[in-house]
Design a protein around this ligand. Structure first.
Ligand code: GLU
Length: 384
């Protein structure tokens, strides 16, 4: 029935777990979920109001496939001032962030190419690279290096076929944050070997220790970098499906061709809300990050107090990547936790072969849930 290409795309480990949690909850099971990376906060009120006004004013039609000019301008302005990316409005396309991953990879990578990414790395990168028929080249991250992607390891993975290096700092699933020096090393490699960078910076605001740097701001890097970002995580806007890509105009036009024949454009009234998010008060973002930090500390301390589990202190995003020392695969261990403890986590192997032996816990959930979840895990594991 299916086209051959469907063999190259599998289900998403994160969304499969989310669906399972929803099913169990509907059946009346009291599940504590550390599964999905989705802020539990609702979108700040001033942003919602902007969408409401847009709807009431009849802003309910298609927009330009590139996005509305005021949002493209607001994104360009934010990226110039905050991220030091030397971009103009023409370098911006408004698109859901994950669709930006999809369309930028489809635009740049194909059969015969190699794409380097960190392993563990975000679930969808692997599937999308596979879908383009390019070869996945995973660079193992190690706990000792705080799961940072080191340029010396990237260097060893480069061949004449390397077309793209995917970056993701702060990182999903490990919470690691690249230093300026890490990125400088990778930027030099990209320039010396004529490689493109796709830099997914969707967690840029969710950072506790360290500073976010955009590789597109480094000398000579703008032209070879696609910077992806969005509203989902920073502004608690996951359901709005709104983000952006920034790149040279040729790449933006390629992404735009894919967008024109698929989404047409991002949701019109959501784009008005996006303008308000970027130009309005940033206080709610700071409040949310403060709360995430408090939750991180509770979770990290709690995990490390449970025998046979351990984790590092992540510097960003809202995930802890937890090593378990039981003789089980991460899928079986996750199944065990959901069945016996009613606690949902994502198996580390969803994030690449090097994620085996780990589970990912998202702390985008309340302190109460975190405390209860930890209690359940501890009690259940003590019976093993
Ligand atoms: N990015 C989030 C996660 O890793 C949401 C789900 C998804 O996009 O796969 O949980």
């Amino acid at each position: 029935m299916f086209a051959d290409r469907m063999q190259r795309i599998g289900p998403s480990g994160t969304l499969v777990t989310k669906n399972l949690v929803e099913k169990l909850k509907a059946e009346g099971v009291n599940v504590i979920s550390f599964a999905l990376g989705e802020p539990d906060f609702t979108t700040p009120k001033h942003i919602v109001e902007a969408a409401n006004s847009a709807l009431e004013e009849g802003f309910t039609h298609y927009t330009s496939s590139y996005g509305i000019p005021e949002l493209r301008e607001a994104i360009a302005e934010k990226s110039r001032t905050e991220n030091k990316i030397p971009c103009k409005t023409e370098n911006v396309i408004v698109t859901p962030t994950k669709f930006g991953i999809f369309s930028s990879l489809l635009s740049l990578a194909q059969k015969g190419d190699e794409v380097i990414l960190s392993d563990p790395g975000f679930v969808s990168y692997f599937q999308i690279i596979n879908f383009t028929e390019a070869k996945i080249i995973g660079v193992e991250l190690s706990e000792e290096d705080d799961f940072r992607l080191l340029s010396e390891n990237v260097s060893e993975a480069i061949t004449p076929k390397t077309k793209v290096i995917m970056l993701n700092s702060p990182n999903n699933p490990t919470g690691s944050v690249s230093t300026k020096e890490d990125l400088k090393g990778i930027a030099d490699l990209a320039q010396d070997n004529d490689i493109y960078i796709i830099s997914d910076e969707v967690y840029e605001k969710i950072i506790y220790d360290g500073t976010h740097h955009s590789i597109a701001s480094f000398d000579g890097m703008f032209d070879r970098t696609v910077t992806l970002n969005g509203f989902s995580k920073s502004y608690a806007m996951t359901g709005w499906r709104l983000g952006w890509a920034i790149a040279n105009e040729d790449i933006i036009n390629a992404i735009n061709r894919i967008q024109q024949h698929s989404l047409t454009c991002a949701v019109s009234f959501a784009q008005k809300a996006g303008v308000r998010a970027l130009t309005g008060s940033q206080e709610p973002v700071k409040e949310m990050v403060k709360e995430f930090k408090a939750r991180r500390d509770i979770l990290v301390e709690g995990i490390n107090a449970i025998p046979n589990l351990r984790c590092r202190v992540p510097q960003g995003a809202f995930y802890v990547f937890v090593k378990f020392v039981y003789d089980m695969s991460s899928v079986d261990f996750s199944k065990f936790l959901i069945k016996k403890a009613n606690v949902a986590v994502t198996p580390g192997s969803a994030f690449g072969i090097c994620g085996e032996g780990y589970i990912r816990l998202s702390y985008a959930t309340s302190r109460k849930n975190i405390t209860e979840g930890l209690k359940r895990i501890k009690e259940t594991l003590s019976e093993l």
